[in-house]
Design a protein around this ligand. Sequence first.
Ligand code: IMP
Length: 196
Amino acid sequence: MKLQVVFASSNEHKYEEMKRLFEWTNIELLFGLEVLPKGLDVEESGKSYAENALIKARAWSEGTGMPAMSDDSGLEVEALDWRPGIFSSRVAENDESRIRRLLDELGRRENRRARFVAALSLVLPQRAQVWITEGFCWGKIAFELSGSFGFGYDPVFVPIGYEASFAELGPKAKSLISHRAVAARALSQLLSSGGF
Ligand code: IMP
């Protein structure tokens, strides 16, 4: 039987990606808002993705009494001194204004190198265990938005080796090469080495 784990987030897009990534494992991910309909307001007070991922997973595990997994992620842009980073979701109030702000800041600059980073944390209270992994996905920021899949900065992020944005490439490409996919594979490898 699969181990039921609550996904500590109210972001349905992230949940759909994560569910797909763990489908073949012994973990069944449940959407946070289905387990706790009002969600949990957790302050992301950590200084790193890993710290924030752990804070969220711990809070949801304590709030539900279940094992919990969380993702903390962000976009880092070289020409902006690797901002917005861990503050990616907090620089403006919705995806559209976050993207607009990013494109305005970058202007016509040639160096558009960027990377997505994701830290995943899994808290297993019954085993008194905590697992954390990180994944990266390198690429560049496009001059304009394109595509309609995904969320966040997907319409302006073109992964290395491709000529289209994540929002054009869609879920199949993301589940192969995204920062979340890399971190999820590392986590499932750790889990299988730990007897899952
Ligand atoms: P948090 O992990 O909820 O604090 O927010 C992460 C933020 O980083 C999101 O709101 C997006 O703006 C951005 N982000 C993280 N992963 C992705 C992705 O896969 N595609 C697009 N944007 C992402």
